[in-house]
Design a protein around this ligand. Structure first.
Ligand code: PBG
Length: 320
């Protein structure tokens, strides 16, 4: 094929119709997961609406509204009444997530309900596992995480999403789920989860900022991509049903690499800091939030995601 002047790529850019005809990536609400924070009481967040908290009762109404708008899947994060050193609220059968699952399941049977499986919202020290001195005890944590996964499945979760980054949590969760009769419950592993500055607004919302130190001893170093592929390979071996990369936008290369290496469904978490940046810039008139959000989400799918967790999911229902 000869180049210019015979080849003119602008020919297909001349109208909306022509552009639509050759568009490679489209956003579909069915591929989105909307996060919700469930706590002792409802606490709206004026600047970052999707990072507000809901009581179980208000969450039920919210879930119905989201479902009516066409949202198909939620992921739930719980803020317990009380925290302790072990994070026992995480697997309490009467815990906030367990109650939310039962209530949502009944009120909105059509919604896909995912749960984040981690201890950081439940521990008094805010770390994602239990401590031995100032260190995280990996294997003791894994046992508690597996117990939490089982209790979510028992309360009606459609899939559980371990986000703690302990070694071996997927295998332990798979074994525990199978043993308790939840062999059909998939594990969506946050397989490549980086120690990121972009989780800031989430930690405010979930009240899960570590009381000392940081999460670099368990979450991944943002400098590494081969290690992300090893994390994914291990999780696949351990029985993960889908893999998540997180955060999304700083790690589109990782997402692409995971997509090319594995045939499992691959998702990305468009995290709270990514949402907050555009909300803040939009509020100041520095950029058009909607256009910037749509462009970002399109880029995440173009990089290879099959599903995306995004705080824009509800707004997206109106935009698409
Ligand atoms: C729990 C968890 C976190 C996020 C999802 N699950 C916080 C963290 O790891 O510190 C962050 C999500 C976001 O920023 O939107 N461990």
């Amino acid at each position: 094929m000869s180049a210019f002047p015979a080849t003119r790529l602008r020919r297909f850019r001349r109208s909306d119709r022509l552009r639509a005809l050759v568009r490679e990536t489209r956003l579909d609400l069915d591929d989105f997961v909307l996060p919700y924070f469930v706590g002792p009481q409802t606490e709206p967040n004026a600047d970052l609406p999707a990072l507000g908290r809901y009581s179980v009762e208000d969450l039920v109404a919210e879930g119905q509204e989201a479902a009516a708008l066409g949202v198909s899947a939620l992921i739930l994060f719980g803020i317990p009444d009380e925290k302790d050193a072990e994070g026992s609220g995480a697997w309490d059968d009467d815990g906030v997530i367990q109650r939310a699952l039962r209530a949502l399941r009944e009120a909105s049977p059509g919604l896909v309900l995912l749960t984040d499986v981690c201890l950081c919202e439940y521990t008094s020290h805010g770390h994602c596992g239990v401590l031995d001195g100032e260190e995280i005890d990996n294997d003791a944590s894994v046992e508690l995480l597996a117990r939490t996964a089982v209790s979510h499945a028992a309360a009606g979760a459609d899939a559980v999403c371990p986000s703690d980054m302990m070694d071996g949590r997927v295998a332990a969760s798979r074994a525990a789920l199978d043993e308790h009769g939840y062999g059909e419950t998939p594990i969506v592993s946050y397989a490549a989860k980086y120690a990121s500055a972009f989780y800031g607004p989430f930690r405010e919302a979930a009240d899960s900022t570590p009381a000392f130190g940081d999460r670099r001893g368990y979450q991944m170093d943002p400098a590494n991509v081969r290690e992300a592929l090893r994390e994914c390979a291990l999780d696949v071996e351990e029985g993960a049903d889908a893999l998540l990369v997180k955060p999304a936008l700083p790690n589109l290369d990782v997402l692409r690499a995971v997509r090319e290496r594995f045939d499992l469904p691959v998702g990305a978490y468009n995290v709270s800091g990514e949402y907050a940046m555009l909300k803040a810039a939009g509020a100041r008139g520095w950029l058009d939030e909607r256009q910037a959000a749509l462009e970002s989400l399109t880029a995440i799918f173009r990089a290879g995601a099959d599903l995306v967790v995004s705080y824009w999911t509800k707004e997206l229902a109106g935009w698409l």
